[in-house]
Write a protein of this length. Structure first.
Length: 159
């Protein structure tokens, strides 16, 4: 029986960000400050990928977390429900993309590359290094998307 493999990736040079060749139109990324939305999106997206570490959090913990991170949503320009989101956690001289995900209906539309490009640009505006991690339980396309946007692996931990 094998465990979960965790892959850590980073980027330090904004010039190395690779935007996707295909740019879906009709979408915008906006910052929000609503702890209940962080919780809802974490649970909805995470149920497909074994995201469990935040499930026992109380409302107070979600509020404290949302106050510490920057939360960005991918939404249709004309209105409608959120397609995906990411959280940036900036501290200790680096910006972590703490959460990144798309809702099931938004997967496979080329939106992940657009949202990740936005996340990397915002992160490097706030810190000289951006990093994130993914694992073998996450979306099977996540690691390829991260590499395609310019992130480089700096560590792999076998579980």
């Amino acid at each position: 029986m094998t465990g979960t493999t965790i892959t850590y990736l980073e980027l330090t040079d904004p010039a190395q960000i690779v935007a996707p060749a295909r740019q879906p139109v009709g979408w915008r990324v906006q910052e929000v400050h609503r702890p209940a939305l962080n919780e809802r999106l974490y649970k909805e997206i995470g149920r497909d990928f074994k995201w469990t570490d935040r499930l026992p959090w109380t409302a107070e913990e979600w509020t404290a977390h949302a106050a510490r991170v920057q939360t960005w949503l991918l939404v249709p320009e004309g209105g409608g429900d959120v397609a995906g989101f990411y959280e940036l956690d900036v501290r200790d001289g680096a910006a972590e993309v703490a959460i990144f995900g798309l809702l099931p209906a938004a997967r496979g539309l080329g939106l992940g590359g657009v949202l990740l490009t936005h996340a990397l640009r915002r992160a490097l505006e706030r810190a000289p290094r951006v990093w994130l991690h993914t694992c073998t339980d996450d979306d099977p396309h996540a690691l390829a998307n991260y590499g395609a946007r310019g992130l480089r692996v700096y560590d792999v931990v076998q579980g």
